[in-house]
Design a protein around this ligand. Structure first.
Ligand SMILES: [Zn+2]
Length: 183
């Protein structure tokens, strides 16, 4: 199946989370996949951010990722996921916050200026740390991605209703049908 960066892959609501979500099924060592392992996908991620990321003020500026910053950028991505995932689960985040701040500083210091993906991602993460209402951040009940729930009553359970919501519903329906026909 050919891969493209679709709106679904930008369900995080902010750049920092969209970057963290470029690892698929992070929690499952068997199925885990890193979309940035393919240099073409990483390259295609830059224009996709500009077009699809909800954090418009940062996204529209993104024009490049400095190739020499690939490792540093991935470290930032892991630090973003580790800190915000633990914060969402109300776990101890002291060390993770320190690591994230270091990764942010590192990417700002060695990044390619305001047009670079790593700079914009670092700024997005910094913004998110100080954002009031961390309770709006959630972990998708189906795929484990982090996302911001901007719904009025904070009732979102899935990163993307059209994808993960429907998969869960279809699976429930399937199991119910099976129980009915196969008691
Ligand atoms: Zn999901």
């Amino acid at each position: 199946m050919t891969f493209t960066w679709t709106p679904h892959r930008f369900s995080g609501g902010v750049l920092a989370l969209d970057v963290a979500n470029t690892i698929i099924l992070r929690m499952d060592p068997q199925q885990r996949r890193d979309r940035f392992d393919d240099p073409d996908k990483l390259e295609a991620f830059v224009p996709a951010v500009r077009e699809l990321c909800a954090e418009r003020d940062l996204a529209v500026q993104v024009a490049t990722l400095h190739a020499q910053n690939g490792t540093r950028f991935r470290q930032l991505r892991e630090a973003i996921d580790a800190y915000f995932r633990k914060r969402t689960l109300a776990q101890d985040t002291k060390d993770d916050l320190a690591s994230l701040l270091e990764a942010i500083a590192d990417n700002l210091r060695h990044g390619g200026g305001p047009a670079a993906l790593e700079t914009a991602t670092a700024l997005s993460a910094l913004r998110l740390i100080g954002e009031p209402g961390p309770e709006r951040m959630k972990i998708c009940a189906n795929c484990g991605w982090l996302f911001l729930d901007r719904s009025k009553n904070r009732s979102r359970m899935w990163c993307d209703m059209a994808v993960c919501g429907n998969r869960v519903k279809a699976s429930r329906h399937y199991h119910r049908k099976r129980e009915e026909t196969d008691p």
